[in-house]
Structures are given as structure tokens and as C-alpha cells.
Design a protein around this ligand. Structure first.
Ligand SMILES: Cc1cc2nc3c(=O)[nH]c(=O)nc-3n(C[C@H](O)[C@H](O)[C@H](O)COP(=O)(O)OP(=O)(O)OC[C@H]3O[C@@H](n4cnc5c(N)ncnc54)[C@H](O)[C@@H]3O)c2cc1C
Length: 467
């Protein structure tokens, strides 16, 4: 009896083993998820094949965190814009002639995605998706602000106050977030950003949605500083490590009673396999961006229609002369309906946008990209790329694969058939703006709490296989 008592006492002295969460992918979404899971008390490990966080799509994106959500590709104008791209070099949505039709035609992942995209062109679906996206963006803004209040250093580097979304068509009043945004008339817009007179001369502008509390912020710098906060809280990072697969625990379900048989349908992930060894996990979150469906394909019966839509950015230092002459835009400025943006970070100008379907190819034709942005900068705000940058040798080019879903909304939640496998991916054109809100929703779902906003539009089960 004494022996049993001592053993019980000793075991009660052992600290509870904290649950281990493994996050696959260290983009902005993966790191935000890691942060929220640490707050829930998990010991978190993040695995990524790159040498550091935010090295793929979160590396050099537009940095725009608007209060409004523009579905960008799941809109009625997309088919027209697509056709236009074959005849007009000014098209913004698809790069002319670059889509490799032969490759796309034989790509089942493309068809799985494209055929689900078409129903989302209807006005009713656009309205529904916009509302859900806008709600998530606003929630995400609040969550990002909370993180930044708690950890003052997070993302304060390369933050540029104020944003201007230029509209060439009337804006419905419900698109304005009254707390933080105002709608400026055309005259007021041109007063705020005189450079936009060039765009007005080509396509008359209606006005702009502006916000002085909305920042343009460098996504990579935010992600790395949030990662440092997580590391201080005990985050383990495994970089240069490729995730190769999952294996499952023997859950002993063969001994279940009849009324518990539903549990037998749920597998439990026990181990994450990587090219650097195995990692044990109590909870696994898949945040692999555009690579999520390829990874999940062998394991899940649900359809994960996330397809890579390539986007480009060019980044250049603003010459002191251009800065002194006030030639560059003063705020991060976005073409509201075209998803084309010019973003200013201190003395650096980044221009981003375009959408191209080219599978998982990430090669960049530097001259072509510089040329495309040179033309767009000129017509958007009259900027001369060569003059502002002091020569093309100073211009950096980049391309990223946006993880785009057919409705442009992310997939957040538990993967059916598994008790501990979760997805947080498919953030499409707004991953930076949506990351912190999505991560909080995910943490609430994992903790079996109701998220603070309605998460049904982001349910991973919303896409069904047709076969
Ligand atoms: C040109 C452009 C401009 C944009 N502008 C904006 C903007 O202004 N505002 C905004 O909100 N959003 C913008 N976006 C979208 C935003 O960048 C993305 O939605 C976001 O970065 C997606 O983040 P993620 O973490 O899901 O994916 P990623 O950042 O791609 O992270 C996924 C990670 O998974 C890793 N990975 C993949 N496979 C494996 C594997 N097998 N093993 C290990 N690791 C793996 C990758 O290395 C990567 O680090 C823009 C995108 C582009 C391309």
C-alpha cells in the first residue's frame, strides 16, 4: 500500500506533458497559427522547407491590409478580362499569352478548381463571398492590432500609414467601414494623391476609399518579428526541412462499442514525416499555401481546390531626388477593381499585382516583368520606373504563388475523418490581411470553442467531389 502511495505521489509531481502541435508551413498564416496555438498552451513546432519564415508567397507581397475585401478573381468580370488579356497588353488579370494552355488542359487540379470558380461569378455569390471576406478582414485587423499592442516590436518596421483605394466605378455605401474609412470624391482624391491625375486622364476616376488607420506593412518583416516573439515563448523551428507525409496512431478502435463506432471513422495523426526525421504530434495544422492540396491529396476524401495563381512584384529604392520632388505616391495606393497596387515602405517602392495561371512554375522573366510594371506605373500614376529607381539595375523582381480557392475564401477547420488534423490555407489574394484572424478562428476550433465570428463560410467541407 505504501509503495502504491509513493508511486502515485511521485507521478502527481510530474509536470503535465503539454500537447504538441506541429504547424506545416512557415508563411504568414503558419506563423500566426503557431502564435495562437502557443497562447492555447501547446508546445509548437513549425516545419518549412525554406531557410527562414515567409520565404515563399509571404515574402514580397503588396503589404496591403485593407478593411474591405475584393474577391479579385471570383467576380463576374473575370471571363471578360481573361478574353481581353489575349488582345490587350494592358490587361491586369491575366498576363497576355503567358498562360500555358497545353499544361493547364491536362492538369486535373486546374479543372477541379476552375469548374468550381465559374459558379462564383454570379452576383449573389460575389456578394456572399465579399461579406464573409470583409468580416474576416475586419476581425483580422483587430487581432493584428492586439498582437501589436502586446508585442510592440511586431511588424513596426516598414509600416506606412494610410491607404488609398482608387475606384473607377461608384462604390456601394456598405463597402465603407465607417469606423475607419471615408469615401473621397474625385477632387479630394486628386488632392490627396496628385499623381493619380494620369489614371484619371485615361479612365476617369470616381473617387477613393481612404483610411488613415490602415497600414501598408511588409508581410515578411511582420512574420519574422512574430516568429521571434513565438521563439521567445518556446517555438521550435525546423527550417530547410521538407514535409513528406503523415502516419497514424493505432487508436484501438477495434474495441469500441457499437454506439461509439463513429469514432472508428476518425483517424489520429501521430507522426509527421520529413526528410530530416519524424516529428510526433498531438495536433497537426496544414498551412502549406499553394502546396496544401498536393500534400493532403493522399489523406483526405474532401476536395481541396486550392490552385496557384501567380502574382508579381517589383521593388525599387526611391531616389532622394524623386522623393524630394514629391513625385511618388504618399500612401499605399490600390486600384480597387484591378487588384493592382503601388505600396510605399519608407524609401522603397513596391509595385505588385497581375494574375497568371502557370501551375507551380516560379521562374521569373525579369525583363518582361519590369516592362509590364513600367507601363502600368506610368498609366496608373505617371511614375517613370527608371527615374524613380535610378535605373533598372536597382529593381528587384519577385513572383509568388497565391493559394487561391474558387470563392477566394480560406479553408479553416478540422479535416473530416481525422480527430487532430486541421487546415488553415487558401488565403488567395488576401493572406496577409486575413492571417491573424484566421489563426484565431483555427485556435478556437481546435480548442472546441465557438469562434468570435461566424466561421461557416470558411468550412473546409464546403467543396465536394463530383465523383
Ligand atoms: C504579387 C502578390 C501580391 C500580394 N499582395 C497582397 C496584399 O497586398 N495583401 C494581402 O493580404 N495579401 C497579398 N497577397 C497574398 C498573400 O501573399 C498570400 O495570400 C499569403 O502570403 C499566403 O500565405 P501562406 O502562409 O498561406 O502561404 P506561403 O507564404 O506560401 O507559406 C507556405 C509555406 O509552406 C512551405 N511549404 C510548402 N510545401 C512544403 C513542404 N512540402 N515541406 C515544407 N514546407 C513546405 C513553403 O516553403 C512556404 O513557406 C499577394 C500575393 C502576391 C503573389
Amino acid at each position: 500500500f505504501f509503495f502504491v502511495f509513493v508511486m502515485r505521489w511521485l507521478s502527481s509531481k510530474e509536470p503535465d506533458r503539454r500537447q504538441a502541435a506541429v504547424v506545416l508551413g512557415a508563411g504568414v498564416v503558419g506563423i500566426a497559427a503557431a502564435y495562437e496555438l502557443q497562447k492555447e498552451g501547446y508546445t509548437v513546432t513549425v516545419i518549412d522547407r525554406q531557410p527562414e519564415a515567409a520565404s515563399e508567397c509571404s515574402f514580397s507581397n503588396g503589404g496591403h491590409r485593407n478593411f474591405h475585401f475584393n474577391p479579385s478573381i471570383a467576380v463576374p468580370g473575370t471571363p471578360r478580362e481573361f478574353l481581353r488579356s489575349w488582345v490587350s497588353p494592358e490587361s491586369t488579370i491575366f498576363l497576355p499569352y503567358s498562360t500555358r494552355w497545353c499544361t493547364l488542359l491536362w492538369d486535373p487540379d486546374f479543372w477541379q478548381w476552375a469548374l468550381r470558380l465559374v459558379p462564383n461569378f454570379s452576383a449573389r455569390k460575389v456578394q456572399r463571398n465579399s461579406e464573409a471576406g470583409t468580416q474576416l478582414i475586419r476581425y483580422s485587423q483587430q487581432r493584428t492590432a492586439i498582437i501589436q499592442e502586446q508585442h510592440l516590436t511586431v511588424g513596426k518596421v516598414w509600416e506606412w500609414e494610410g491607404s488609398t483605394a482608387v475606384c473607377t466605378e461608384p462604390v456601394p455605401p456598405d463597402k465603407i467601414y465607417k469606423e475607419n474609412e471615408v469615401l473621397l470624391s474625385k477632387e479630394e482624391t486628386l488632392q490627396r494623391e496628385p499623381c493619380l491625375a494620369y489614371l484619371d486622364a485615361i479612365k476617369p476616376i470616381y473617387g477613393s476609399i481612404v483610411s488613415n488607420r490602415c497600414f501598408t506593412q511588409d508581410c515578411r518583416k511582420f512574420t519574422s518579428s512574430l516568429e521571434s516573439v513565438c521563439k521567445a515563448l518556446g517555438l521550435v523551428t525546423m527550417y530547410n526541412t521538407k514535409v513528406t507525409g503523415l502516419s497514424f496512431a493505432d487508436t484501438g478502435h477495434e474495441h469500441l462499442h457499437q454506439h461509439e463506432q463513429h469514432k472508428a471513422d476518425r483517424k489520429q495523426v501521430a507522426t509527421v514525416h520529413t526528410d530530416c526525421g519524424d516529428v510526433q504530434a498531438d495536433v497537426v495544422v496544414v498551412a502549406l499555401g499553394a502546396y496544401t492540396p498536393k500534400f493532403l491529396q493522399p489523406y483526405t476524401k474532401i476536395c481541396v481546390p486550392i490552385y496557384p495563381v501567380r502574382g508579381y512584384a517589383v521593388e525599387m529604392p526611391i531616389t532622394p531626388q524623386a522623393s524630394a520632388n514629391n513625385e511618388v505616391l504618399r500612401t499605399g495606393t490600390l486600384h480597387y477593381s484591378r487588384g493592382f497596387g503601388v505600396h510605399r515602405f519608407d524609401d522603397v517602392l513596391r509595385v505588385s499585382g497581375l494574375a497568371e495561371l502557370r501551375g507551380w512554375d516560379t521562374s521569373v522573366n525579369r525583363d518582361l516583368v519590369i516592362d509590364l510594371f513600367r507601363k502600368r506605373l506610368k498609366t496608373f500614376c505617371g511614375l517613370d520606373l527608371d527615374h524613380v529607381s535610378g535605373g533598372v539595375q536597382n529593381v528587384k523582381t519577385w513572383c509568388g504563388l497565391r493559394p487561391v480557392t474558387p470563392d477566394n475564401l480560406p479553408m479553416i477547420g478540422q479535416i473530416p475523418g481525422y480527430s487532430n488534423l486541421f487546415i488553415c490555407s487558401g488565403h488567395s489574394f488576401h493572406g496577409w490581411a486575413l492571417a491573424c484572424g484566421s489563426a484565431r478562428i483555427l485556435a478556437d476550433i481546435i480548442a472546441r470553442r465557438n469562434p468570435e465570428i461566424d466561421a461557416t463560410p470558411f468550412d473546409p467541407r464546403r467543396f465536394r467531389h463530383w465523383w
